[in-house]
Design a protein around this ligand. Structure first.
Ligand SMILES: O=C(O)CCC(=O)C(=O)O
Ligand SMILES: [Fe+2]
Length: 366
């Protein structure tokens, strides 16, 4: 791993100040009980899917994303579910790119995101992009805009699955809370997306390792986008969904263990895509620890879910507490979708927050 300059003064403010910047949580209040609708958990660790067709065994009615968008009580319940399960899927979801924006922005607002956190403008989305600044086009043919063609044309040349794991835009001072993706042009087979639970990644570490990680912070950097901007001779966009998301270097510092403000649960918050260096450790210690943690997420399929896209499938995830990875396993077939990303709060670690497993076990026992 190439050395990364370690900032001399990490930006971490006291946890109470960071928590105070998260507005009132409004995700439990007046919420509807979504368990009355047909759904199943994809794996114990992560993923809940709303079924599109009731079966004999489960006659609960179908919940459509249209109904959710039309009813704030349902939206609040959905936000809570996404934060608890890491990712939620809908089938037969008719949703426009503009509605995707409304969806994640409202989830973020109900979740108490700072008043000036809006929707992310990707550093490499050109002004005048086809669906506007706040929709990233996800494509296997180009990077966020038609001008940035990929030069890794075939499956064999492309990055393999283990290298793909990330949570979105963690190079920003204020990264994402909620995000949504629809793949609108699909290969018949292939191009699945995987998600992994950051809560479960934390819970499956030994207690001494958990303790150790809780004291650490890490440098995140969007090096790929900085390099691409330089290669193409363009500046990266500024004011990327928050007045705090500025600067050309796409670099920041976040805690290694992050508290999700909605669930109050602790999750691992380093990812192979963007985390470059543990601030408090030597270069070789940092390299070894990060490699272990990246592998912990990528190699353990028992903390993951794999989702096969169909026409009108919709995924909504909480970037604070999950990782995801695309699968680049098709040649010469277009795969294209629209993604909207809400900006959340400055990440923090609250020492009083809980393990998901411990909290769920305590609730079950109560
Ligand atoms: O293409 C995919 O499957 C996932 C792309 C991705 O990382 C995202 O939409 O944030
Ligand atoms: Fe992503």
């Amino acid at each position: 791993m190439a050395p990364v300059a370690v900032p001399t003064s990490p930006v971490a403010a006291p946890v109470e100040a960071l928590k105070a910047a998260v507005g009132a949580l409004n995700l439990g209040v007046e919420a509807t009980d979504l368990s009355v609708y047909g759904q199943f958990d994809n794996t114990p660790a992560t993923g809940t899917e709303f079924r599109s067709v009731p079966t004999k065994a489960d006659a609960r009615p179908n919940l459509t994303i249209k109904e959710v968008l039309a009813d704030d009580a349902k939206l609040k319940a959905l936000g809570r579910l996404v934060s608890e399960r890491g990712v939620v899927f809908f089938r037969d979801a008719e949703i426009t790119p503009d509605e995707q924006k409304v969806l994640v922005d409202k989830l973020g607002k109900f979740g108490g995101k700072p008043a000036d956190s809006t929707l992310h403008i990707h550093p490499l989305t050109l002004p005048g992009s086809v669906h506007g600044d706040e929709i990233s086009i996800i494509s296997n043919e180009y990077v966020f805009d038609g001008k940035f063609k990929r030069d890794d044309k075939t499956v064999i040349q492309r990055v393999r699955g283990a290298q793909q794991w990330h949570s979105d835009i963690t190079f920003e001072n204020l990264p994402s809370d909620y995000a949504s993706l629809v793949i609108r042009t699909l290969p018949e087979v292939g191009g699945d997306t995987l998600w992994a639970s950051a809560y479960e990644a934390y819970d499956r570490l030994s207690a001494p390792t958990q303790k150790y990680l809780e004291g650490l912070t890490a440098v995140h950097k969007g090096q790929f986008f900085v390099d691409l901007a330089a290669k193409l001779g363009v500046e990266v966009r500024e004011n990327r969904g928050s007045p705090q998301n500025i600067g050309q270097d796409l670099q920041t510092v976040h805690p290694v263990i992050r508290t999700n403000p909605v669930t109050g649960w602790k999750g691992l918050f380093v990812n192979r895509g963007f985390t470059k260096r543990i601030v408090e450790l030597s270069q070789s210690e940092s390299d070894a620890l990060l490699e272990f943690l990246f592998d912990h997420v990528a190699a353990n399929h028992d903390i993951q879910v794999r989702f096969r896209w169909e026409a009108n499938s919709l995924a909504i995830w909480d970037n604070r507490s999950s990782f995801h990875a695309a699968t680049q396993d098709v040649d010469n077939v277009t795969r294209e979708g629209t993604r909207s990303v809400s900006i959340g709060e400055k990440p923090y670690f609250d020492p009083n927050s809980k393990s998901r497993r411990a909290d769920l076990a305590a609730k079950k026992a109560a």
